[in-house]
Design a binder for this molecule. Structure first.
Ligand SMILES: *Cc1c(COP(=O)(O)O)cnc(C)c1O
Length: 963
């Protein structure tokens, strides 16, 4: 409906940086008359789409929140005792307010620049330490996407490790306990199939440990039906036969149970959701991955390690890998890039807040409520499947009885899990209260004989025996580091959170011009509803009738994303861009298989591609053939043609990024798609650069068949310091039938491929953010966002191009939404790393460093930055150029100058002795704006990040040094 009087306050004007006046001035600097003219010169005519997007018209922020309240009202929040990997939890308000709802924590990127990321690096190291301590394993990473993918990562890591040097038939059987969660099993099956891994599911007692055929086993601890069993014996037998043991374990239970690390596991994986992170109808939450020291170089994802800055001070950094280089392209066994940093930070802070005693008390209380329920049910004549359990009981009753119980439970607002017709499972959690116990006992007609017996000091219940066998009780200490003991009061916790936040540069300080990462505004109105209980407190496997609000939202979002990409169908399941790539390629694979062309398994990938592209292709069982680029940075058409012809019979797909990772709208893209189609292949488009396409062109228009979208880039989900993200895929009618399904909810195409994520709609709760973004911008706002992203990049180009070489531009000399500056000509005086570190002294985060071209930086300003901010950034770049010139001319010292010593810390500047030939003011306040509140102080001096010449030791795992 058309508003009678449009509101003055339109979201578009809050989201897009430059005002009308500023736009005019910027266009003049660029040398074009209008924004339309600039776009005409930038986006090739043969792919231009001039139709208006068919999405609803823009609504104001105020009205959007009203509208969403209506949708929220259609979700019904039941008491959830479903378990199955997702539990009720209490997010401490101090963490909710100061971390989860705080842009100082959620707007950062992955900690590439260690000097301005020490806060979240410490928090992620806390996470690793927490996981390591609780699982009893020596090394842990800084999060993965979900428990299902973490288990799949372990499977594929051990498979490739075992068979790396083996000739002949590989051992390809992976034995999976029938106690493994069904969604984990689905994700394992998906991952196993293209790698020719055979999954065999059985009772652990029936495992046939044949060392010639079996490379690994997977146990669930406690089991899906709640059982707590002793797996020492099977573990020992497996290890004797060179078969690795992975355990999917519930972290809270490990406060009471002997951790798998103490009984010989090779890897322990799981979810940390119940450590203070709401269920959110499936996510986001942080999964964990812990393993033995001997596998540390194979661990998927990022690991934080202890290092030093150039003064020898303690400093943290990402270890064993730098940036995308850790994704090993064609040799990859994993494609993980964006993970779940923000949620890992929440879980780590939850552990800091509660400490070992608090977590143990929570676990004991949960356990004892479960015991009280079990006792009551047994006294009433029900028999339980297991005598030994932690928080979950399973009972089998007659199907009619189960139906009756379910009906009574739902009438009372309770959800349990019903795995079979007569099976009932109930899982308790931190939120359980005496009233819950009373209501549930009434539902079962089981008298509750507990009359408010007091909890004992250690969280038990007086006079009630626990149900964990003595042999399985944990005796070892955990979380002994001071970080897990010092922040128990709200005052201390609040200040700890703030102290760490203050060490990190985020979007609350200044622009983060990371090319390919699209660090745009994450608007408060988009974010606020994520913590509303109607969205946060729904279990992903709740009956869909209770999630009608979510359902409606998914339907609209799927429609809008399909419209924006020029496609007809969408899957919201993948939890990151890389996960989307993998999902999209699996869909292509299923398409070829369905047409009885399963032999099509070659993926053509340009050499400029992001590392995740070849890694995803390998995971989808494809053979990667690399296509060269020409001197202008475009895909070399001759090479593409030759390789498509040479592989014509086996061509599965071409993977391209558009505009290219070099920031160029290649004009040959339509021809590329046609060529690949002519050879029977399909085209996968990496949608990381959609911020230059939305409303102007689309993957569908260009001729691709499927693409992913990084909702955490183009569609305003904050990066959270390295996740969460969402990577939905959109596709045309050919591929729609194969979109991924899920074992526990109805989703996906008619011939759905099996799940790529543990949750049916991935990290459902943050889909709200992208939904809000689209609703509040509307068709015209979305198009303008792309136009302004291009304007801002070209403005920077115009301002700096006489001082830096801009690599690769389009046919009319225009950049797309990002641009690459070549630092190689300055090599003798300034490396790309020096520029990156010196920018910190100027109050800025570095652009993307040495990717996609070594020795360069890639700048992406996004539409959200104003002219003032762009000018400060350009002034900084120009000033740094002058500093480099001074070194070149001999005016500044070649060895001891502002560039190589950057960034400068307060400690260094205020030391009694100042030993450098330049002044303190030159070091810290090289431009006047820095005196006006724009100064950001790094908490450590330069940390070797793998690009510099100085090779500082980086220890990993850090745990021993750290504790
Ligand atoms: C960010 C990015 C990816 C990977 O996305 P994640 O969400 O980090 O997995 C893939 N391709 C390109 C070009 C990217 O910029």
């Amino acid at each position: 409906m058309q508003a009678l009087t449009p509101r003055h306050d339109q979201f578009r004007n809050r989201h897009i940086g430059p005002s009308a006046e500023e736009t005019q001035a910027m266009l003049e600097t660029i040398g074009v008359a209008s924004l339309d003219e600039l776009i005409d010169q930038t986006v090739p005519e043969n792919i231009r789409d001039r139709k208006s997007l068919q999405v609803s018209s823009a609504i104001s922020e105020y009205y959007y929140l009203q509208h969403l309240k209506g949708i929220a009202g259609r979700n019904r929040v039941f008491r959830s005792f479903v378990g199955m990997g997702y539990y009720g939890t209490i997010t401490p308000s101090v963490i909710l307010r100061n971390l989860f709802c705080n842009p100082g924590w959620y707007t950062q990127y992955t900690p590439y620049q260690a000097e301005i990321a020490q806060g979240r690096l410490e928090s992620l190291l806390n996470f690793q330490t927490m996981v390591s301590d609780l699982t009893g394993m020596p090394v842990a990473n800084a999060s993965l996407l979900d428990e299902g993918t973490a288990a799949a990562e372990a499977m594929s890591m051990f498979y490739s490790h075992r068979n790396k040097r083996v000739k002949g038939e590989p051992a390809n059987v992976f034995l999976v306990s029938d106690q493994v969660l069904p969604q984990t099993l689905a994700v394992l099956r998906t991952r196993a199939e293209p790698l020719d891994i055979e999954i065999q599911v059985s009772r652990v007692a029936d495992f046939e440990l044949n060392e010639d055929r079996v490379f690994g086993i997977l146990l669930q601890y406690p089991g899906a039906d709640g059982r707590v069993e002793d797996y020492r014996e099977v573990t020992e037998r497996a290890r004797d036969k060179n078969i690795t043991v992975t355990v999917a374990a519930d972290l809270l239970s490990l406060t009471l149970l002997t951790p798998p690390g103490e009984w010989g596991a090779d890897a322990v994986v799981g979810n940390t959701q119940r450590f203070g992170v709401p269920m959110g109808f499936g996510g986001p939450h942080a999964a964990y991955f812990a393993t033995l020291d001997s596998y540390k170089r194979l661990i998927p994802g990022r690991i934080i390690g202890v290092s030093q800055d150039r003064h020898g001070n303690f400093a943290l950094r990402m270890a064993l890998q730098t940036r995308e280089q850790h994704i090993r392209r064609e040799k990859a066994t994993s494609n993980i890039c964006t993970a779940q940093a923000l949620l890992a930070n929440m879980a780590a802070m939850y552990a800091c807040y509660h400490g070992a005693e608090g977590l143990t008390a929570i676990a004991k209380r949960t356990h004892h409520f479960t015991v009280l329920l079990a006792n009551a049910l047994q006294a009433a004549g029900y028999s339980l499947a297991n005598e030994s359990f932690f928080d979950t009981i399973h009972l089998d009753v007659a199907p009619e009885k189960a139906a009756q119980i379910r009906q009574r439970a739902e009438t009372n607002g309770y959800n349990f899990y019903y795995p079979t017709e007569g099976g009932i499972r109930i899982s308790f959690d931190e939120t359980v209260a005496t009233t819950d116990l009373q209501v549930i006992c009434r539902i079962f007609d089981a008298p509750l004989d507990y009359q408010g017996a007091p909890l004992t000091e250690d969280g038990g219940v007086e006079g009630v025996e626990g149900r964990i066998a003595p042999a399985l009780r944990r005796t070892s200490e955990f979380l002994t580091h001071p970080n897990f003991r010092s922040y128990r009061t709200e005052t201390e916790m609040m200040r700890y959170l703030k102290r760490l936040e203050n060490k990190d540069l985020s979007l609350v300080h200044s622009m983060i011009p990371l090319g390919s990462c699209t660090m745009k505004l994450n608007a408060a109105t988009e974010l606020i509803p994520v913590s509303w209980p109607e969205f946060a407190d729904i279990h992903p496997f709740a009956p869909i009738e209770q999630a009608q609000g979510y359902k409606e939202l998914f339907r609209e979002l799927e429609h809008d994303l399909a419209e924006i990409t020029g496609f007809t169908a969408c899957s919201l399941q993948p939890n990151s861009g890389a996960s989307g790539e993998y999902a999209g390629l699996m869909v292509i694979r299923a398409y070829h298989q369905h047409r009885e062309e399963a032999h099509r398994n070659v993926a053509l990938i340009p050499e400029s591609a992001h590392g995740t592209n070849p890694a995803s292709a390998v995971m989808a069982g494809m053979q990667v053939v690399v296509v060269k680029s020409d001197a202008a940075g475009n895909v070399d058409m001759e090479d593409l043609r030759a390789k498509a012809e040479a592989n014509s019979d086996r061509l599965a797909a071409l993977m391209i990024t558009y505009p290219s990772t070099y920031g160029v709208f290649e004009t040959g893209v339509v021809e590329m798609c046609e060529l690949v189609h002519a050879h029977g292949g399909l085209v996968y488009m990496d949608g990381a650069n959609m911020n230059a396409q939305v409303g102007l062109t689309s993957p569908g228009r260009i001729g691709a068949d499927v693409c992913h979208l990084n909702l955490h880039k183009t569609f305003a989900i904050p990066h959270g310091g390295g996740g969460p993200g969402m990577g939905p895929i959109c596709c045309n009618e050919k591929l729609a039938p194969f979109l991924p399904g899920h074992p526990l909810q109805d989703t996906g195409g008619q011939r759905a491929t099996s799940a790529v994520s543990a949750a049916p709609w991935g990290s459902a709760s943050i889909l709200l953010i992208s939904y809000a973004y689209i609703k509040m911008l509307g068709a015209e706002g979305l198009r303008q966002a792309s136009m302004y992203a291009i304007l801002n990049a070209n403005y920077i180009k115009a301002r700096v191009e006489n001082h830096y070489d801009v690599l690769f531009t389009g046919e009319n000399g225009r950049a797309a939404h990002e641009l690459i500056l070549d630092l190689r000509p300055f090599k003798s005086v300034m490396s790309a790393g020096d520029l990156a570190k010196r920018l910190i002294d100027y109050g800025f985060h570095a652009p993307t460093l040495s990717w996609p071209v070594a020795g360069t930086v890639m700048i992406e300003p996004t539409e959200s930055e104003s002219k003032d901010e762009l000018d400060r950034f350009c002034d900084a770049l120009l000033s740094i150029r002058e500093e480099a010139d001074a070194i070149a001319s001999g005016a500044a010292d070649a060895q001891d100058n502002v560039l190589v010593n950057a960034p400068h810390t307060v400690a260094e500047l205020t030391a009694d002795e100042w030993v450098h030939p330049y002044s303190r003011a030159q070091a810290a306040y090289p431009l006047p704006y820095l005196q006006q509140g724009f100064k950001f102080w790094p908490s450590v001096a330069r940390v070797d990040d793998g690009y510099g010449d100085r090779n500082f030791v980086c220890t990993c795992p850090p745990i021993e040094e750290y504790v």
